[in-house]
Design a protein around this ligand. Sequence first.
Ligand code: GDP
Length: 436
Amino acid sequence: LTDKLEAIFKKLKGRGILKEEDVDSALKEIRIALLEADVNFKVVKSFIERVRHKAIGKEILESLSPAQQVIKIVYDELCELLGGSTAKIQLSPNPPTVIMMVGLHGSGKTTTSAKLARIFKKQGRRPMLVAADLQRPAAIEQLVTLGKQIDVTVFHSYEIKNPVELCKEALKKAVIDRMDPVIVDTAGRMHVDEELMQELQDVKEILKPHEVLFVADAMTGQDAVNIAKSFNEKIGITGVILTKMDGDARGGAALSIKEVTGKPIKLIGTGEKLDALEEFHPDRMANRILGMGDILTLIEQAQKAYDQKEAEKLKKKIEKEEFTFEDLKDQIRKMRKMGPLENILSMLPGANKILKEIKIDEKEFVKVEAIINSMTPEERRNPKILNASRRIRIAKGSGTTVTDVNRLIKQFNEMKKMMKQLKHGKGFKLPKIFPF
Ligand code: GDP
């Protein structure tokens, strides 16, 4: 999906002005890319409609190129699709918090229960695991083994055959021993069946859980989404944990599950080891899917730093050849507001290579600002009056050398010459902050 989207945006980047046809043909390709990534077709349809609506009715920001704007819209919508903001596990103010884990066999339910307990333990809580999958003795043993590895109590019994009974006992024990939270690993099946759903409903009635987390294997794509839907309808879930996100899942499950079930992905499993469970961040995931490095962060920062009206003013100044040292200082300050230059560059895809080759000296900017600060307002507006004695004064005042001052004045004059050429050339445009 990432490769496909990257190719689509590359095509858009060549366009100066984005026409409706361009947006439509890009959207057609995005639609195919999403379907190929196994995203639910209804989800794809409404996604494309939303992006189209925004892309076409959009007021054009001059500091961003049309391609950047489309990328931003697609990104925003991807974030929404993935749940918007990070959804946390809700802990009850009246302990113990009860978390019921549900899902099919092989989804990673037992492993994930242990991973979750490990996180709570690290936070200094006293989690308790409950082995309520009584269908298979092996499941009890598996949880007991995992509990030992993370030093967490596992409530279990080989005698009690009824999961409802077992859960009742477990809750009593948790209250007496002040264990919190209580994480219940329930029975799974190969497929969704009535008997399982009934058992889970009964267990849920006793547990009155604060969270019912549906565990799904991300690799199973749309199956995971459909199963989540039926678990939600029959039992009612509060969130989803997608496991095996370290594998080559195509992303379809992650992109569809929130829209289809209305329940957010709360955590993701990223490996077999017990420390491989992470909070799910829709924004980071959208970023990864778009494969744009951190370019989106950059676009957002640019939007913040660059005010449209000011950009217009600057453009007029350049056209009228009125660009001064004062303006240069202002521009440098704005750029630096976006963070250290090295960070800005490293956010551009492929920039690592460039960074290795050139060394950016942040101190240079400090020097430039100091030199400009040491000029009088008159000198900033009219650099022609900068004679030798003024230059010596500025060098002293800014703690630099006359060579530094000379170099800056020379660079400034060259810059103005370049601007003049631009102005006389065809199609004068404000230089874009990024080269695409
Ligand atoms: P259950 O039947 O749902 O309880 O599933 P298990 O917890 O036994 O997990 C099934 C298999 O998936 C085991 O081999 C786990 O190690 C593996 N597994 C679980 N979560 C992840 C994950 O996030 N990444 C990877 N690579 N494997 C996982």
